[in-house]
Structures are given as C-alpha cells and as structure tokens.
Design a protein around this ligand. Structure first.
Ligand SMILES: [Zn+2]
Length: 388
C-alpha cells in the first residue's frame, strides 16, 4: 500500500491501534516526504521555469489545503482517530507539520539546482540508466559494475615522425613546405626534369603508368618544376610526399614509399651552400659527431650530381654489419640544378643557380630506429607501431 492509499484510510483500517503503531505510520510518512524532496534536489531542473513548476507540484502534493497529503492525514487519522489515540496522533501530526516546512515552494527552489547540461541529453542519459537498472534487476544484462571499454590512444606513425623531424630542421633554415599531385603527367615526372625518352626509369617495369601520359609519380621532383612555375626565383622549399615505383616488396623495397625533396634557387647559390646545408642537416638529425661525404654521381636533372654518405651512426665509422664494414652509409642524392631544368621551370640559368637533394624518409626512419625491414612500416601491426 502506498502512502497515498494509506492516508485515505483510518488508523483502525490500517491496524494502528496503539502508540507504537501510530509512531511507525508517521515515521513512514516522514521518510516518504524526505525521499521525494531529496530526489527532486538530486534530479535538479534544466531551467528556472521548470524548477518552479517541479517545486510547486511537490509542495501541492503534500501541503495543498484541499487534497494535500497532510490534509488527508488530518481528516482520516486525526479527526477520525480513536479518542485514546488522539494525544499521540496530535503530537506526531505537529511534528510532521514542522518537518514539512521545507516542502514550501520557496524553500524547495533554494535547494533544487539548475543543470548546466541540456535537459534532452540528461533526460536521455537518466532514461538509459533507468532502463539499464531495470533490465539488470530482471537479470537481462550482465554486471553493470564491470569496467567500461578502454580505447587505447594512438600515436604518430614512425615515418610521419621522421618526416616531421626533417621538415622542422629545414623550416628553421627558412625553407617552406610545398606539395603536389601523386598522380602526375609524364611531362612533369620526366620531360621537364630532363629525363630523356630512352631513360630506363621510364620503362613500365619501373614506373606505374595510368595511361601513356599519366603516371603515379616516381619521385617528388615534379613539384620542383611546379613550384618554379608558380613562384619563380628565389625559391627555398622542401617537398615531402608519397612516391610509387614498380618494385616488388622486400626488406628494402616497397611500391609506395616516402621522399623529401629539397630545392634552393637564388642568384648566387653554389655547391658549397649545398654541402654546408646537408652537413648541418645530417648533424641536426643524427648528432654532432656525424660526418658527411660527397661523391660524384649522375642524375639527369642535376649537374654536377653527388651521392651523400654519412659516417656510420652505428659503429662511428669503425665498420660494422649495417655499413658493410665501410664506415659510411649512403643516404641521399643531390646536385646543382641542371640549367635545362631551370629553363623548363621558367627561370633564367644565366641569372640564377640552384641545388636540390632527395632522400627516402622510410630509409631514414629505418636508420634512426634501427629497423631492418621497410615492410614493417606498412603492415599496421600494433605490436610494431606502439614501440614509437
Ligand atoms: Zn657501421
């Protein structure tokens, strides 16, 4: 029997025939009142208007002159009570009255908080929680006290970390970052870079062709031409990005890999600037003790061209497995930009000169983190990736 039903019956009907029975009944009423009050306080309201309404509703339920619970108790328990019980019922009723002072609308409004959250989301949340609790009580769901799902935080891929480190060094030297399309025309990928029709790199065993005039770029160098056309000279840029070649995947080859290209063009650029910049770069990346070595090489887009090696970072130049006992590790190609390439980019080689270099980011990351298989970068194995 609810409180609402009980207050409509007489004490005799409720079986409260002595002081103890009466006290127990009033105890029940006071507990119900306190419980309804504190649940409203805990629930709060989403607006002042809602708060005022909730407070007034609760006040009227208990204290309304006509049909409030206290009026019912007065009518049925006090006025219709047995004569010998009147003193105790009167005393209990007075105590209940005093306790009910906190149920006045104004008193309630002072303690019912306004919620910051939108009422919709809170209502949804509490409805969800209620239904969960009800289902749990029926035994429909498993233990609600089980810990929640933990979603592990990711981190930057080691190749991305390496790329950002390289970018940072050149950004501090005053270079800016330029990018270009990975699907590139044969003109930008080969012709404009002075790579002749007969060059083996154009072979479709080396290059992934989309059609006879379109390729997946085999290096980031096409962006050199695009940037020259766009900005002219002077120009100081680095070009990080993905490249594609017709390579079978093995420990040191991947059909998709990452390059960073560097290009500096100005009126008085020499090979000494190139050497100085790359030596500074190598020391920043691998440590002050690292030395650089330049050896002649050949690329169609630079003249003269060079191959850059750094002193072995594993043995310090003594000779080891990684450097194949030579003490040196080749890390990139470089050279002075070929005059024809400058012309193709719309820059007068009589007025300006420039240098360029290109390096493999994946290979740098393999060196830096001592990884012996490039495939590990692209297998998305969390056991590998979470080490960085
Ligand atoms: Zn070594």
């Amino acid at each position: 029997m609810t409180i609402d039903e009980k207050v409509r019956k007489t004490l005799a009907e409720l079986g409260a025939t002595d002081a103890a029975g009466v006290e127990a009944l009033f105890g029940e009423v006071r507990a119900a009142m306190e419980q309804e009050r504190s649940s409203l306080v805990a629930r709060g309201a989403s607006s002042e208007a809602e708060r005022d309404k909730l407070c007034k509703d609760l006040r009227d339920r208990w204290l309304a002159r006509k049909n409030g619970l206290l009026t019912q108790i007065d009518e049925h328990w006090l006025k219709l009570g047995a004569k010998e019980l009147k003193p105790i019922v009167g005393r209990q009723f007075n105590e209940l009255r005093k306790a009910s002072a906190g149920m006045e609308t104004n008193e309630l409004a002072q303690v019912v908080p306004l919620r910051k959250e939108t009422s919709a989301s809170m209502a949804q949340l509490s409805a969800q929680l209620e239904s969960d609790v009800i289902r749990a009580e029926r035994g429909d769901v498993s233990d609600l006290t089980l810990p929640g799902y933990r979603r592990p935080l990711g981190s930057l891929h080691p190749v991305t970390q390496m790329q950002r480190e390289i970018e940072e060094i050149f950004l501090n030297l005053g270079f800016w970052i330029e990018s270009g399309p990975e699907i590139e025309s044969v003109y930008y990928n080969f012709d404009a870079l002075n790579i002749p029709e007969s060059h083996p790199s154009r072979d479709d065993w080396d290059t992934l062709y989309i059609n006879s005039q379109t390729v997946l770029r085999t290096h980031t160098s096409p962006v050199q031409i695009r940037a020259m056309e766009k900005y002219g000279a002077p120009l100081y840029i680095i070009i990080p990005g993905k490249c594609y070649r017709h390579d079978n995947p093995d420990a040191s080859h991947s059909p998709m890999f990452h390059q960073v290209e560097g290009l500096a063009i100005a009126s008085d650029i020499t090979f000494a600037d190139l050497k100085g910049t790359l030596d500074f770069f190598a020391k920043k990346l691998f440590g002050e003790k690292v030395q650089t070595r330049f050896q002649p090489s050949f690329f169609p887009f630079t003249e003269p061209s060079g191959e850059v090696a750094i002193s072995c970072i594993f043995c310090g130049g003594e000779g080891c497995r990684v450097c194949k006992e030579s003490g040196w590790i080749e890390v990139m190609g470089c050279g002075m930009v070929h005059p024809q390439v400058l012309r193709n980019g719309g820059i007068d080689p009589e007025k300006f000169s420039g240098w360029a270099f290109g390096l493999g980011v994946d290979r740098f990351a393999m060196l830096k983190y001592d990884i012996n298989d490039i495939q590990l970068f692209f297998q998305s194995d969390v056991r590998f990736l979470e080490q960085f």
